[in-house]
Write a protein that binds this ligand. Structure first.
Ligand SMILES: [Fe+2]
Length: 237
């Protein structure tokens, strides 16, 4: 069994197309998606169309939820202005958590919050820290699945708890913030003889084209981050 895990696309259809091509080349039995699908000043409708076409098991991210809330931020408002009613219906129907085949648990942030980071603290400047082991393990309490998936922080990381469960953040498809590389990220998980292993992948794509889209849509700070993979002091949201 090979599972491809994508997350945090943020409306970057160029990055998503490159990742899906890489998944096809590598071969996967299924794809799952961990949310923050369209909020970004790039191509929200294109990303929504591609994701809907996958028909994959998926959960909502905080931005997917905020789009329909009382206080969407600038990026969410841009995204929703580009989405069709069908895109919005699909997005609003995504659940907060899902389980695939009784083995793989999906959430965006932690199992109980789409805004809390699980395997990282939020980054300050160019640094982020793995929380202590007890904090990481506490979020997995009561979740009797061999694989637990999360996204949200845009930082690819894989942790194996003492009891053998894997927690995997595939990183972001569409927006690198403190990686220092513009390449798209996702994860391939393989189950062989009952044992799960993880490959964290990087995929080069037309990041200059994505940066151009952001600039044309009036978001210069996104252009810079998409070019280099480093968030500046102005922030993005
Ligand atoms: Fe998020």
């Amino acid at each position: 069994m090979r599972l491809a895990v994508i997350s945090d696309i943020h409306g970057n259809s160029l990055a998503l197309a490159a990742v899906l091509a890489d998944i096809r080349a590598e071969g996967a039995d299924a794809i799952v998606c961990l949310g923050d699908n369209v909020s970004g000043p790039l191509d929200p409708a294109g990303a929504a169309e591609m994701l809907m076409g996958l028909g994959c098991v998926a959960v909502a991210g905080n931005h997917d939820r905020w789009i329909f809330g009382d206080t969407p931020d600038l990026i969410d408002r841009f995204a929703v202005s580009r989405l069709s009613p069908a895109h919005q219906l699909w997005l609003s129907g995504l659940p907060a958590t899902q389980v695939l085949d009784g083995e793989v648990f999906l959430c965006h942030g932690t199992p109980t919050s789409d805004e809390m980071p699980w395997l990282d603290n939020f980054y300050t400047g160019r640094r982020t820290e793995l929380p202590d082991e007890a904090t990481v393990a506490a979020h997995a309490d009561g979740l009797d699945f061999p694989v637990l998936l999360c996204g949200h922080t845009h930082i690819a990381r894989c942790v194996r708890l003492k009891d053998g469960r894997l927690i995997v953040n595939p990183g972001a498809v569409g927006l690198q913030v403190i990686i220092g590389s513009p390449d798209a990220r996702y994860a391939l998980l393989d189950r062989r003889e009952g044992q799960w292993s993880v490959s964290l992948r990087t995929v080069p794509y037309d990041h200059a084209g994505a940066a151009d889209q952001a600039a044309r849509n009036g978001f210069a700070q996104w252009r810079d981050v998409l070019m280099h993979g480093w968030d500046g002091p102005e922030g993005l949201f």
